[in-house]
Write a protein that binds this ligand. Sequence first.
Ligand SMILES: NC(=O)c1ccc[n+]([C@@H]2O[C@H](COP(=O)([O-])OP(=O)(O)OC[C@H]3O[C@@H](n4cnc5c(N)ncnc54)[C@H](O)[C@@H]3O)[C@@H](O)[C@H]2O)c1
Length: 280
Amino acid sequence: METVGIVGAGTMGTDIAHLAAECGFRVILFDSDEFALGKSFEKIRDRLCRYRREHRIADDRMSEVLSNIKIHSKLNDLVNADIVIESVTEDLEIKKSVFRSLDVICHQGVVLASNTSSLSITALASATKRPEYVIGIHFINPARVMKLVEIVSGMATTRETVETAKELAKKLGKVYAESQDYPGFLLNRILAPMINEAIYALYEGAGSAESIDRVMKQGMNLPMGPLELADMIGLDVVLAVIEQLFNGFSDPKYRPCPLLKNYVAAGYLGRKSGRGFYSY
Ligand SMILES: NC(=O)c1ccc[n+]([C@@H]2O[C@H](COP(=O)([O-])OP(=O)(O)OC[C@H]3O[C@@H](n4cnc5c(N)ncnc54)[C@H](O)[C@@H]3O)[C@@H](O)[C@H]2O)c1
């Protein structure tokens, strides 16, 4: 495994590309939006330049990492990938269409992984003729920093594919937790209801945002309170994950808090929009 293909050069794809290049992989980075692709490469280059200024890396190391990344504006260029990580917009139909195309382009036996936070790996696999080679490798934001990846098996995923995903995770310096393909996998199944409950507590006036975050930070030793964390993730993303749990399990215990829906409807999406449960 020498060449990693990455489809989607947004927040996550950019960091995964940077990480893979640092770990010595050749990276083929593709995005359907050429502007996003250029911005992604610039972001990696700027970050490396900053590290060089701060004497955190040497010139030759910076050139080596950058030379490992090739940006491509045609999906067909992924033909030489030994493994592909799809990290496009969280939309089942868009992702299915990417998997359908990758299945035609990539060599037989190449593992096609998705970085989806919540969509069904089994459904993505069904868009291909190689469901046994489709798997979830769910990175956590920021992908270069957070230690864990979730490795998610769809209904048809073979052990051999799981082993390939584990090997990649290890080479990227990650630890992994294995999960079956149920809504939210493990991390979001536990995290999203906690955040939703914190929002219900605020909605019902049980405590202020500051009090809710303080009890979880100082009472439970969490590095961030649930509302601060929701603002960092993006409230639209949080709502989408909770809705995925609600619909996926058909269980009212996951019903999204109306206050969260109102925030999203108002465009108060957290840090990225300057306002969420806090102002930025
Ligand atoms: N942001 C997070 O905190 C986070 C954490 C873990 C996993 N994820 C998952 O990672 C994936 C990407 O999320 P993100 O936050 O990087 O999104 P993003 O919006 O920053 O980036 C998505 C990129 O996909 C590109 N794209 C859309 N359709 C495409 C297509 N058909 N072909 C090629 N490129 C296409 C877009 O141009 C964009 O650059 C999602 O599945 C998301 O659930 C996100």
